[in-house]
Design a binder for this molecule. Structure first.
Ligand code: 13P
Ligand code: SF4
Length: 311
């Protein structure tokens, strides 16, 4: 067993030897964010994945993100430290059910949130992330009916923001759905002036009282630009690492969730399946690797490329 510092050294050495790049989402544990070549949100990570010269991409994130990197780089090796690192949104939208949904509404354009499987992407007309979703919806001519999957909370937020009526799939993020407004009100008793900054995967009643709603990268930019001393952050707690580095003088409070009586923050169990240890093993062994059906890969690339062109 190596300690954290030894693991970091070994990862950095192997990464260089193997010409690998480590892409990490903001929700990863701090040590992984610190060692990554790039830390970002879903959109930024897709962009980085499409631009890298490295032979191997190690994705410190969840399965759909690594799949997206593979779709964008069919000839590269894409590794994910734990193939079981899924997502409740992707799990809520099986390829069969989605095919059926599309079949029922043949005139609708299908826009899917990037948090879905490669099979669902392959059946979609356009992909979006939370950072570009408003722009993507606005790019569709008025009058064109739209169905949106799989996040109903993001979907409802987009309907409010764009004024477009969309048919919504019934999926939700188990982390963002767990935030408790009652417990947030308890936090406000202690920090009455703290602004609430929320990710659009959160429920409508929470977004309604939020001072700012945006993707993880937009939240990060907001707390940097906004002149205020304290914020309650309603998204996965991993973002607080990058945020606190950016605004060391500000008080950042993770939004409490229903299940957690100690008022601690919500964490995504899938994101936290990655550790320095399995990241090291994955680089050393060159596995587990993301593999995709070539037909699915080709079809899924089109709506992702369209998204990257629009945003
Ligand atoms: P963004 O990275 O688009 O902010 O989305 C958050 C998320 O839940 C990723 O799984
Ligand atoms: Fe999926 Fe939610 Fe975890 Fe993001 S935070 S990976 S949306 S379960």
């Amino acid at each position: 067993m190596y300690n954290s510092e030894e693991l970091k050294d070994k990862i950095l050495k192997l990464k260089k030897e193997k010409n690998a790049v480590i892409l990490a989402h903001y929700y990863q544990e701090e040590a992984i964010q610190d060692i990554a070549d790039f830390v970002g949100d879903s959109l930024e990570l897709s962009r980085k994945a499409s631009q890298t010269d490295s032979e191997i991409i190690v994705f410190a994130g969840v399965h759909f993100m690594a799949e997206t990197a593979k779709i964008l780089n069919p000839n590269k090796k894409v590794l994910l430290p734990d193939l079981d690192a899924g997502c409740s949104l992707a799990d809520a939208c099986s390829a069969d059910e989605f095919a059926n949904f599309r079949y029922q509404y043949p005139d609708h354009l299908a826009i899917s949130y990037i948090n879905c499987s490669a099979e669902v992407k392959a059946m979609s007309d356009l992909i979006c992330t939370s950072a570009n979703a408003v722009k993507i919806i606005q790019s569709i001519p008025k009058g064109q009916p739209i169905l949106f999957a799989p996040d109903k909370n993001l979907g409802k937020y987009l309907i409010r923001e764009t004024g477009r009526d969309m048919l919504l799939w019934e999926g939700a993020c188990m982390v963002h759905e767990a935030f408790s407004i009652e417990k947030i009100m308890e936090v406000w008793k202690k920090y009455p002036k703290a602004k609430l900054v929320a990710h659009p995967e959160s429920e409508p009643h929470l977004l309604k009282v939020a001072d700012f709603v945006g993707s993880t990268s937009a939240m990060l930019k907001f707390v940097q630009k906004d002149d205020h001393p304290s914020y309650i952050i309603a998204t996965e707690a991993g973002i607080l690492h990058e945020m606190q580095k950016a605004v060391p003088q500000k008080v950042l409070i993770p939004a409490p969730s229903h299940e957690n009586n100690t008022c601690a923050c919500s964490e995504c169990a899938f994101m936290k399946m990655n550790s320095l240890e399995n990241l090291y093993q994955c680089l050393k062994l060159g596995a587990p690797e993301i593999t995709l059906d070539p037909d699915i890969q080709t079809k899924a690339l089109l709506p992702i490329q369209k998204m990257l062109n629009i945003s």
